[in-house]
Write a new protein. Structure first.
Length: 316
């Protein structure tokens, strides 16, 4: 059995896999171009999920399982995968810690005016009139109540915040005082001081945030998107920020990445831009391969209760 990677894997993880599974053949390639010649023999493929095309899937004649070491699978060639009945799993759940820490670091830098303080420090300017706000006792709306959203809500409780969670199902979820469906988004944003979006990219979430949502937000609201960039209609957000319909936007994801150099967001003082790094952590791959190895044991023992199975029809 051959297991092929199309992404650079830490040496320590490679060594552990080789030691733990001596009967399996591992082909550790750093990218899809290097991996292409090994595709026909591969039974298991490990990828970040953004490098595969229909041609790669058809070329991988023996492929039975794709392990995506990412939570986002919106760029996967699901038609070809579905046609060949290939199992797809991902690492949903491992992003909760780094992304929730990112969210609060960004929200706090806005509330506590970190940018202004840094600029004043650089100018050696002693200014005690900088306007500070507290997160204590405020209301946070989290769109997406999975593992990431739950961890964001758990941390919000340390600030004695009220938490509202919205999801497709609307089912109750831990650490949320109130839950509802995404159909209620327009009604609920008006109650929130902080809106945190961790939505995946699906047909149902594309451009879900538009002018009416931004107009419904409080003037002092802070909007943070660390899910997928296409959830936001960017022109509408630019206009809303120019009209001061909300206080600030923290954006880690965008419709086009990298964000074009001439995009209006770069020039706006009430926008914080980060380059799609909310989920980055030195523990990312170790956590990913804990899930892979758990699923590999199931695969080798003909068990079917895999962790994080993706439905090709739904795309998540």
């Amino acid at each position: 059995m051959e297991i092929l990677t199309t992404c650079r894997i830490k040496r320590s993880i490679q060594d552990r896999l080789l030691h733990s599974y001596p009967s399996l053949t591992f082909r550790f390639c750093d990218d899809i171009k290097e991996a292409e010649s090994y595709l026909p023999q591969a039974e298991i493929l490990i990828t970040y999920g953004e490098d595969l095309t229909d041609d790669h899937i058809y070329k991988a004649k023996n492929l039975k399982w794709i392990m995506v070491i990412s939570a986002g699978v919106d760029k996967m060639p699901f038609n070809a995968i579905k046609e060949k009945s290939i199992l797809v799993t991902n690492v949903k759940g491992i992003h909760g810690i780094p992304m929730s820490e990112y969210a609060f670091s960004m929200l706090l830098q806005v509330s506590r005016q970190a940018k202004v303080l840094y600029e004043n420090e650089q100018k050696h300017q002693w200014d005690r009139t900088v306007h500070m706000t507290e997160m204590y006792g405020k209301t946070m709306l989290v769109a997406g109540t999975g593992a990431i959203g739950q961890e964001v809500a758990r941390l919000a409780k340390a600030f004695r915040m009220k938490t509202i969670g919205l999801s497709k199902s609307g089912r109750s979820s831990e650490y949320f005082d109130e839950t509802g469906t995404m159909d209620q988004l327009l009604d609920k944003v008006s109650a929130a001081d902080y809106i945190v979006s961790v939505l995946p990219s699906t047909e149902g979430t594309k451009h879900i945030y538009q002018t009416p949502h931004f107009q419904a937000m409080k003037k002092e609201a802070i909007f943070l998107n660390m899910g997928r960039g296409d959830a936001v209609k960017e022109d509408d957000l630019v206009e809303a920020l120019n009209q001061n319909e909300l206080r600030h936007a923290v954006l880690d994801v965008f419709e086009q990445e990298p964000l074009p150099e001439n995009h209006p967001f770069w020039y706006m003082e009430n926008v914080t831009i980060t380059p799609h790094i909310s989920g980055l952590s030195r523990y990312y791959q170790p956590r990913s391969f804990e899930i892979f190895e758990a699923n590999l044991e199931k695969y080798l023992n003909d068990q079917n209760d895999y962790i994080n199975v993706i439905d090709p029809e739904r795309g998540y």
